[in-house]
Ligand binder design. Structure first.
Ligand code: ADP
Ligand code: MG
Ligand code: MG
Length: 880
């Protein structure tokens, strides 16, 4: 194994393709060196050493190679590390294969000690610079290598600054800096029991090992988990000769992008600070200057920087994010990488680069992460110039932004919505339940203190395309007192907050927002490249005409899941639904269903009309009936209250009946109880009513010149017998309706595969079912035996322990659930070769899962309207 790769003097051992070995930074430094760009020389210790370090078996050969490389560097520079009258100083920088901004550690000015600092002061004729560099080293070394809390250094620094009445760091004079150094050294001695190491080689080895360790710090681990980066990759270590931006007013340091990372516009974009080093630019201590100022201040350097960065962009054929330092008027490049960007910018850059001839259309399709397209569909917070006080960070459950006045109950949300005294409402709950739907409808955003990425609030808001921050545990939501308490502050009804569902931030006060841009011409053009490529059809989960229209706007080619129960929750219906549930006899039940029939029919007419001749899959009633009734606890309170105040009120009697029924319907485990096709089997009249509403609607639309394509779907089938039973009801009603109306329409009857038994007996079920749709939410639930509403109690522990790589409700578990899906597809098509197969769980909008669906040959995926763009792009990428 070659452990150490040298770069310098126009030549490097490595190159830009060696990211696995050299990390992104090391590969970039090598590539820039080879391209003849002004890069300070140095060497990269490769990632294998980090892996060896993690295994506790560092190879001594690495150490030997490192020392040899150091000597080569010293010869090249004509300097010695931390010694002589012209001491060499180096930076020790981490750099993994995937960029993990700010997650790991860097040490600058390494090699300085009590002697070298004097030599540096003399040599540079600039004592202020020398002592400033030394104090920076002790501070960074103390923090990164010796684990001394940063705060303790900052405390010393700030008190000297105060004593000296210095406003900016660079105003500190050599004497003051010397005081700081003396204090720092005392701190090191006190905290570690040892002196700050004076031996430069000792500093170097310790710093290198600390960078290896920083791969394992909590920040880095969390970052990797969120971004699905393998824990075993390890980081490389770059040791590089220092160049100094803190040498005076003719020196400086900066960062930039070859294009605007927020909008994608082709403008040189960046910031810099004169007389500064390293992270000063991003630390917020001094306000950096826009790069355009550099053009005026140092036109030559500016031109050179522009030329170099354009060249790098052309070379890498992607937007670059770079770091540079100016030492005494001379420019040095310190880093370059493909720049992170927003979805808006990603699309814009991809299109521009095709136009500029830098990349092909096919490459462009891969330049945008499917999830990033969400940015076009949701509003964003406008943080420019705003004061952003983050109160808490929860889960980014549903992206976008919402700014509004808080309320604590769904009723209050509806009330203020109707009253119109709140222009925008944010519903704040411990967690939401189906009963809150009305409030969620009128709210601009939802905040919950409990629940995960698949909690009710998260799933429903994602479906609505509404911003949601879920599980913000730092928030205490006191629903009784109608208070939100967080960070020692109390917010009451009517107070303004801002939510960022893209990052999970809860922000105090009223920020501005920038609206969504789904008809952005760049986006339309980009999707015009992606769509023809994909094989999968993309459908939407939509329950009402409004969602259906939205879905078509976002490119849906049909409805893959219409959940009829959502129609039951609509205003003015719940009483009839309750009457149906409370009915003691079939007759009573049929009377209640009669009221529901015209309403449902009307819904379906609307749906069929808005989808024209595109397929519409309608699922019959699925949830347990108790979901339509008030909660037992609430009833008890209300009854108690009436007993105390109006014991003779007829309402009391009603409530008691309701309570009795609620108790009757109570199930220990409703998810596995009376729901899905079991409802229709126990109460065939419900299936009859729904089938009639669907088919009458279809006939009606057809008679008005429409061309509806309907697929009636029976939920939660576990056996062919269940399927036969419900299919027969639907077909019987169809025959009746067609006879009554004198018109027929084509329709299919199929099923959701959401129980393992259904998947395993799919060959039998396909004898009756004309299509399958995988309900992967339930299938995941039933395969793992994990309730998705309860997974959050242990999901964090599972992720931390590496038992789950990701939430199986967010990304399809290909090994288990996916294997059932594959089996079912094969068995189903074996029986019925023309079987149409799709997926309609949350996974239908997850890029990884979409790719899987493509691979196993599904016909379509269905997802919420706001995931459509993502699914379309993921399907295109899968097909290439
Ligand atoms: P990160 O990966 O967090 O950006 P870096 O290793 O890039 O960390 O370094 C942190 C800062 O130190 C950057 O601003 C970088 O430009 C600066 N820096 C790193 N090495 C040198 C060097 N040899 N000379 C001058 N500045 C350096
Ligand atoms: Mg950097
Ligand atoms: Mg289901």
């Amino acid at each position: 194994t070659k452990y150490v790769y040298f770069f310098g003097g126009g030549q490097a051992d490595g190159n830009g393709r060696m990211k696995d070995t050299l990390g992104g930074k090391g590969a970039g430094l090598a590539e820039m060196t080879n391209a003849g760009l002004p890069v300070p020389p140095g060497f990269t210790i490769q990632t294998e050493s980090c892996r060896e370090y993690m295994r506790g078996q560092l190879n001594p050969q690495m150490d030997a190679e490192m020392h040899a490389a150091l000597e080569r560097l010293e010869r090249m520079q004509g300097q010695k590390l931390g010694a002589g009258d012209n001491p060499l100083l180096v930076s020790v920088r981490s750099g993994a294969k995937f960029s993990m901004p700010g997650m790991m550690d860097t040490i600058l000015n390494l090699g300085l000690n009590d002697n070298a600092v004097e030599a540096l002061a003399k040599r540079s004729n600039n004592p202020r610079f020398a002592y400033d560099s030394y104090r920076r080293l002790i501070q960074m070394f103390g923090d990164v290598v010796l684990d001394i809390p940063k705060k303790k250094f900052e405390h010393i620094f700030d008190s000297v600054k105060e004593r000296e009445k210095a406003h900016y760091d660079y105003e500190l004079q050599p004497a003051a800096l010397k005081d700081i150094i003396a204090e720092y050294k005392k701190l090191v001695k006190k905290e570690t029991g040892k002196e700050f190491p004076q031996n430069p080689l000792e500093q170097l080895s310790a710093a290198r090992d600390a960078v290896f360790r920083s791969w394992q710090n909590e920040r880095a681990k969390t970052y990797r988990r969120i971004n699905h980066i393998d824990d075993w990759l390890g980081t490389a270590v770059n040791v590089q000769a220092m160049v100094f931006g803190n040498l005076g007013d003719n020196s400086g340091t900066g960062v930039g992008f070859t294009r605007n990372p927020a909008t994608g516009e082709r403008i040189f974009f960046g910031e810099y600070l004169m007389n500064a080093q390293g992270e000063d630019v991003v630390s917020g201590v001094r306000t950096p200057m826009p790069i355009s100022e550099l053009e005026k201040a140092m036109p030559k350097v500016y031109d050179q920087l522009r030329t170099i960065t354009w060249k790098m962009e052309k070379h890498y054929r992607d937007m670059q994010d770079f770091e540079f330092t100016i030492q005494d008027g001379k420019l040095y490049m310190l880093q370059t990488r493909n720049g992170k960007r927003t979805g808006l910018a990603a699309v814009r850059v991809a299109i521009d680069m095709v136009r500029e001839g830098l990349i092909t259309q096919e490459e462009a399709i891969f330049r945008v992460e499917p999830n990033q397209l969400y940015d076009f569909l949701v509003p964003r917070l406008d943080e420019k110039g705003a004061k952003v006080e983050v109160l808490a960070t929860g889960l980014p459950a549903s992206p976008g932004a919402a700014v509004g006045q808080i309320v604590f109950t769904a009723e209050d949300a509806v009330k203020h919505h109707h009253k119109g005294d709140y222009t925008s409402i944010i519903l704040v709950r411990g967690e939401t339940t189906p009963e809150d739907i009305g409030g969620m409808e009128v709210a601009s955003g939802i905040l919950t203190s409990r629940g995960g990425m698949t909690s009710h609030a998260a799933v429903v808001t994602r479906g609505m395309g509404k911003c949601c921050v879920a599980g913000a545990g730092e928030c205490t939501v006191d629903e009784n007192r109608k208070e939100l308490r967080v960070k020692g502050k109390t917010f009451r009804q009517g107070d303004w907050i801002s939510l960022d569902g893209t990052t999970g931030r809860v922000i105090e006060g009223k920020l501005k927002t920038i609206p969504a841009q789904p008809d952005d011409p760049d986006l339309v053009r980009f999707m015009g490249w992606a769509d023809p490529v994909r094989k999968l059809r993309i459908r939407a989960n939509a329950d009402v005409p409004r969602d259906a229209k939205q879905a078509r706007l976002f490119g849906a080619e049909g409805i893959g899941l219409c959940r009829t129960e959502h129609m039951f929750f609509a205003e003015g219906r719940i009483e009839h639904v309750r009457a149906m549930i409370l009915a003691h006899t079939e007759q009573e039940r049929r009377a209640a269903l009669k009221h529901l029939l015209p309403m449902q029919r009307q819904d379906f007419i609307g749906l069929f009309k808005s989808m024209e001749s595109l397929p519409v899959t309608i699922r019959l009633l699925d949830p347990p009936l108790h979901e339509f009734l008030p909660q037992r606890e609430e009833l008890l309170v209300e009854i108690q209250h009436l007993e105390d105040t109006k014991p003779r009120s007829p309402k009391l009697k009603e409530l008691r009946v309701l309570l009795a029924r609620v108790q009757e319907l109570h199930e220990v485990n409703p998810m596995l109880g009376l729901r899905g096709c079991r409802l229709g089997i126990a109460f065939p009249e419900i299936t009859e009513m729904q089938a009639r509403a669907i088919l009458e609607a279809a006939v009606n639309v057809k008679n008005h010149g429409g061309d509806p394509h309907l697929e009636i779907m029976i939920p939660l089938i576990g056996s062919i017998e269940e399927m036969r039973n419900q299919s027969a009801v639907v077909k019987r009603i169809a025959a009746q309706v067609f006879k009554e109306k004198g018109t027929t329409v084509d329709f299919m009857v199929g099923t959701m595969i959401e129980l393992p038994r259904a998947a395993l007996t799919a060959d039998q079920i396909a004898e009756e079912a004309e299509f399958f749709s995988f309900g992967t939410n339930d299938l995941t639930q039933t395969t793992f035996g994990i309730s998705r509403d309860d997974i959050n109690h242990f999901l964090p522990a599972y992720l931390k322990a590496g038992i789950f790589k990701q939430d199986p409700f967010a990304t399809l578990d290909q090994a288990g659930v996916g294997s059932l899906v594959k089996t079912a597809v094969a068995k189903g098509r074996n029986t019925r070769p023309t079987l149409k197969v799709g997926i309609c769980g949350e996974h239908g909008g997850d890029p990884e899962s979409v790719k899987f669906c493509h691979k196993i040959g599904l016909n379509y995926v269905s997802c919420s309207p706001f995931r459509l763009l993502t699914a379309r792009l993921a399907a295109a990428q899968a097909a290439l």
